[in-house]
Write a protein that binds this ligand. Sequence first.
Ligand code: CP
Length: 326
Amino acid sequence: MQTNLRGRDFIGDLDFSKEEVETVLDVAWDLKRKRALGESHAYLRDKVLAMLFFFTSTRTRGSFEAGMAQLGGHAAFIDSETTQISHGDTAKEIGEIFGRYFDGIAIRQCDWQFGNQYENEVAKASRVPILNMQCDIYHPFQCLADLMTIIEKKGRDLRRKKMVVSWAYAASYSKPISVPQSLILQMTRFGCDVVLAHPPEFKLMPEIVAQAEDNARKFGTGFEIVHDMDEAFKDADIVYPKSWGPLVTTTAKDEGKALIEKYRSWITDERRMALTKEDSIYMHCLPADRGLEVTDGVIDGPHSVVYDEAENRLHAQKAVMALTMR
Ligand code: CP
């Protein structure tokens, strides 16, 4: 167990070692048990977290805000549009100034080829931890909640469990690639044989794929990329199909939309779920495009764990805040 996380940033999934992630999970389960029993766990009394959002959110905002209150502190919701950022406040100024007001700064900035750089610039100037509520490259808190849920459903020993991280069709908008990237980075450290499935134009960042391949070698897990959703789903223990934009291929909106439209058949329906193991689980970070990414029958059906997964955002985030913001 590695408990020395005080003052640490959590921006990329690999910022915490495997042993440190295991500590986070142990603390998360302890906090989950305490909440279930109504036991006080005010480890962050008098502490305040800034939550700076450049994008909309349901789960992330709700779980960070509730989590800070349950830990005895407070979370300040700050919509970037109501700040002076558009009038000149730089990342350095946000880090310097908010670092003096707050005990932690959580940021959601998903702009492609900017968000992660922005969060790192804030981190460089800040004297308090920076927590990544999602950027263009990573969604590390989502991934911690996903890992926690997978262990709850499949046990601590995930060796030889086949996990499919798949692209899925959605019409709403070109979604960030941060969730699949975080998943292939973290899950290759935790025993799963990861299969990444996507149409050729929806590849992930080559450097992230290379890191996942390195992890697979180092931790003795599997990692492969396929371009066929049915092939990926066959005998899977865990499926995590979600939409993302073709950002590595093109950032042109019309071109991206045309590419997405080519693959309307990439839906998770009952036929596809029947290809997986009988006790497989269906995961999604939400929000999902119902009827396009996934049928109601699957997301509301017996394989789905999406609400337990959403709940675990609260416990995993509380664990990281309690460990880093003390
Ligand atoms: N999964 C997730 O991050 O949800 P929100 O976008 O609603 O925060």
